[in-house]
Ligand binder design. Structure first.
Ligand code: CA
Length: 230
């Protein structure tokens, strides 16, 4: 049985969400504030986190980032207003989806199932031959030796290009904005230019893709960023 953690301070909404999930065969736990929610998310072994953005005390944005730093689990953000969602999409929080209140129960369940399915597909299709090796189709990334093989041939990637590829491959099918990649891989305090992200992606493609102009691994998602596709 899949386990859902609901972090939502408005108890009637949280209970309604829990009821929807339970009705559809999920187990769901409720937490009503951000600090407790974060703690519960990190310790609880959940399959999906439903996170309200407007939480008292501990901001939902910070909770999302903190969970994403530690866990590879679908995070669905719930928020009250469309315009707020437009704004937060650009923040690069690492959330998987955004749902606006009020939402229909069927939409909530459908989206949750879609994201759970996506994570499962990755687990079954990308063969993790070892803890530090990622194998996707004809691409093998060895994170211990920092070596990359394409169709059995080693390709040489400078350190930062390797970091870009290894990071994206470790988070398959998730869209990362340029800003988020820059923040994660170059660091917030880096003086670099955000345009460097696209340059690195292009160089990685030239090395791993059979046809770099039609990439099969690192795809461009127009208006949103890049996705490592499994
Ligand atoms: Ca709230």
């Amino acid at each position: 049985m899949k386990r859902i953690l609901i972090i939502e301070d408005e108890k009637p909404i949280a209970e309604l969400e829990r009821d929807y999930f339970e009705l559809h065969g999920f187990a769901a736990d409720l937490v009503h504030d951000g600090a407790e929610g974060l703690q519960q998310a990190l310790s609880g072994g959940y399959d999906l986190i439903l996170l309200d953005l407007n939480l008292p005390g501990f901001d939902g944005l910070d909770v999302c980032r903190a969970i994403r730093d530690k866990l590879d689990v679908p995070i669905l953000i719930v928020s009250a207003r469309d315009e707020e969602i437009d704004k937060i999409r650009g923040f690069g929080l690492g959330a998987d989806d955004y749902i606006t209140k009020p939402f229909s129960p069927s939409e909530l369940i459908a989206r949750a199932k879609a994201h759970l399915g996506r994570y499962e597909r990755f687990t079954s299709r990308a063969v993790q031959t070892g803890q530090d090796q990622i194998k996707v189709r004809e691409l093998v990334i060895d994170r211990t030796s920092r070596r990359v093989y394409v169709r059995g041939e080693e390709v040489l990637l400078p350190a930062r290009e390797f970091d870009v590829l290894a990071f994206m491959a470790a988070h398959p099918n998730r869209v990362f904005s340029k800003e988020e990649l820059f923040e994660r891989l170059w660091g917030l305090d880096s003086a670099g230019d955000i345009a460097t992200v696209a340059v690195h992606i292009r160089r990685v493609r030239e090395k791993i893709e059979a046809v770099p102009s039609n990439p099969q691994f690192i795809e461009t998602v127009w208006g949103a960023g890049y996705r490592f596709t499994v």
